[in-house]
Design a protein around this ligand. Structure first.
Ligand SMILES: NC(=O)c1ccc[n+]([C@@H]2O[C@H](COP(=O)([O-])OP(=O)(O)OC[C@H]3O[C@@H](n4cnc5c(N)ncnc54)[C@H](O)[C@@H]3O)[C@@H](O)[C@H]2O)c1
Length: 143
């Protein structure tokens, strides 16, 4: 039996994953900030409320719960909204994943399963997305 940390385990994909892990005899711990997740969907393991961008919370979790692997589903996943708020999506999906990976390295957790959907925008929106991304890069460079 393995003990798996499921980030975003209170969401759609993560909760199904927890169910399958339990059916296969594995233990899961869900780490989710419940932004879009539902407490009621966490039925196959304990819920620890927290944000993947919170390095201290992840370190505390790894220090108190020996984890064999991480399945990473904590993300903002709405394609339309991601175009409206690219900075917010970058912060959770890219920066949050970096914080999680660094915490895993510090705690010597060896395995991550990362589930990501990439959405290709329709041609008519390309230039606005490009402008949004370039604006984001310029703002980061200016910091
Ligand atoms: N649903 C699909 O059909 C599908 C298909 C392919 C890929 N994916 C990918 O799977 C992942 C999960 O998708 P989903 O449909 O389950 O989304 P979802 O919104 O149902 O689940 C995401 C979970 O992450 C949590 N979360 C968000 N930000 C967080 C943060 N900063 N810290 C901790 N928890 C946070 C939310 O509260 C939510 O419970 C996404 O990366 C998505 O792109 C989903």
């Amino acid at each position: 039996m393995a003990r798996i940390l499921i980030t975003g385990g209170a969401g759609y994909v993560g909760s199904h994953c927890a169910k399958e892990l339990a059916a296969s005899g594995h233990e899961s711990i869900v780490f989710d900030n419940l932004l879009f997740g539902h407490r009621d969907l966490v039925r196959w393991g304990n819920l620890i409320e927290g944000d993947i961008r919170d390095a201290a919370a992840l370190s505390a979790l790894f220090a108190t719960h020996p984890i064999d692997a991480v399945m990473h589903f904590a993300a903002l996943a709405y394609a339309g909204e991601s175009v409206q708020a690219p900075d917010r999506y970058y912060d959770v999906n890219v920066n949050g994943t970096r914080v999680l990976l660094e915490a895993m390295v510090r705690a010597c957790v060896p395995v991550i399963v990362f589930f990501l959907r990439a959405v290709r925008p329709p041609p008519c929106r390309k230039s606005s997305i490009r402008r949004a991304l370039l604006g984001h890069c310029d703002r980061r460079r200016a910091r």
